[in-house]
Write a new protein. Structure first.
Length: 398
């Protein structure tokens, strides 16, 4: 018996719908509405690059253009409806997932010291008790507050002084939590002073966490392989996800489906039975500029299979070898990724500077798309606090 096929246009719409990108970016973006949006898309990756606006803010703005950064700060730092920890990278997460991270804390406690020993400076493990006591006695600290004598900082993210490494370790194992960020610098405090009691005392078994991680990931993705389920939260192992998938298939809780890629290649995946009958909406045709770290693009290979869109960040590529630019933003139109744009918010000049726009192969550029791009850039400019758009010479790269 052949497996059902999920055609590529339907797969794209379904995937975008699950990521809140198949509807107009309208509606409330404060309080419970913002919390619900983040819960719907799963998590929001945090990143420091601020050529236009930081990734977490752009992710939320692309879905609700009424969004403004103070609303997220309030949920994180006052209401405590969200918290920050590690998925595949540093991310903002709903507080409801905290109990499941306890198993991740335990794994990190077992493995991190050994893993870090080869590339951290000697002595970081000796600082754990000292750093934890300082935070307990004196309150929240940053890495610069605990700078070791004789260390004047680091020469890069890989070269932490021992007490900074100790702070990061204590955060990774759940002893400390991020109570706020000053600018973009993490401020750490005891977890008991950051995470609400109900989340801290709620206990879940490892089997419950495996089941939650796989079911929720499949819900967020729409369809996935067991490897994609494991990678979504980074909270379980590939072996655990594979075991869950086999058991769920045997129980009839999930089914296999062939998902058609942009090139018509078929890939076997899992989905819930009801997904086969879902009719996702047709995304609006307006243009949206996405963060390079948008949840819909986190899995670069998945995006390439579905949309035919090859994307890599070139921050660490020498300028002469870059194909596009330092930090280039994907552009979404309807259910298609139609190009990428290199732009920067020049706040001193009160403009959004567009250096270049590259339409994807086969995308025809005309007056209609030009007007849609201009409208989106004007919206983006208002969001980041500038009043104009400046187009560089030769900006359209056809």
């Amino acid at each position: 018996m052949s497996l059902p096929i999920l055609p590529n246009p339907l797969a794209r719409r379904l995937f975008l719908h699950r990521h809140a990108l198949a509807e107009a970016p309208e509606g409330a973006a404060t309080g419970q509405a913002l919390h619900d949006l983040i819960s719907r898309i799963g998590f929001v990756q945090v990143d420091s690059v601020n050529t236009v606006e930081r990734a977490h803010h752009m992710i939320l703005f692309s879905r609700r253009q009424s969004y403004r950064p103070p609303a997220l700060k309030r949920l994180l730092e006052k209401d405590r409806g969200l918290w920050e920890h590690w998925t595949h990278d540093a991310s903002i997460l709903p507080m409801a997932v905290f109990p499941h991270w306890k198993h991740r804390f335990d794994r990190a406690r077992e493995r991190l010291v050994e893993r870090w020993a080869g590339w951290q400076r000697d002595g970081f493990a000796d600082r754990f008790d000292e750093v934890l006591k300082r935070v307990a006695d004196e309150g929240p600290v940053t890495s610069s507050d605990v700078l070791d004598e004789g260390h004047n900082g680091s020469s890069g993210w890989w070269d932490w002084h021992p007490s900074k490494a100790a702070l990061e370790y204590l955060w990774r194992v759940g002893e400390l939590s991020i109570t706020r960020r000053d600018g973009f610098q993490k401020v750490y405090d005891l977890t008991e002073r950051v995470i609400p009691l109900a989340a801290r005392v709620h206990q879940v078994s490892e089997d419950e966490t495996i089941d939650w991680a796989c079911r929720s990931a499949l819900g967020h993705l729409g369809f996935a392989t067991s490897g994609e389920l494991a990678a979504y939260w980074g909270a379980i192992t590939p072996e655990q996800a594979k075991g869950w998938a086999l058991a769920a298939l045997a129980r009839g809780e999930v089914v296999e489906v062939m998902v058609e890629g942009h090139d018509r290649a078929l890939r076997k995946s899992l989905c819930f039975p009801e997904t086969l009958h879902e009719v996702p909406p047709e995304p609006p045709s307006r243009l949206r500029i996405l963060s390079p770290f948008d949840p819909a693009l986190r899995d670069r290979r998945r995006a390439e299979r579905l949309f035919g869109f090859y994307y890599r960040i070139e921050i660490f590529v020498p300028e002469a070898k870059r194909q596009y630019g330092y930090y280039v933003f994907p552009v979404l139109e309807g259910a298609n990724l139609i190009g990428r744009i290199d732009m920067k918010a020049a706040r001193d000049a009160d403009v959004l500077r567009v250096r270049a726009f590259w339409p994807e192969a086969g995308v025809k550029w005309g007056k209609g798309r030009q007007q849609k791009l201009e409208a989106e850039l004007e919206r983006m400019g208002r969001f980041v606090g500038v009043n104009g758009v400046e187009w560089g010479d030769g900006w359209l790269r056809i």
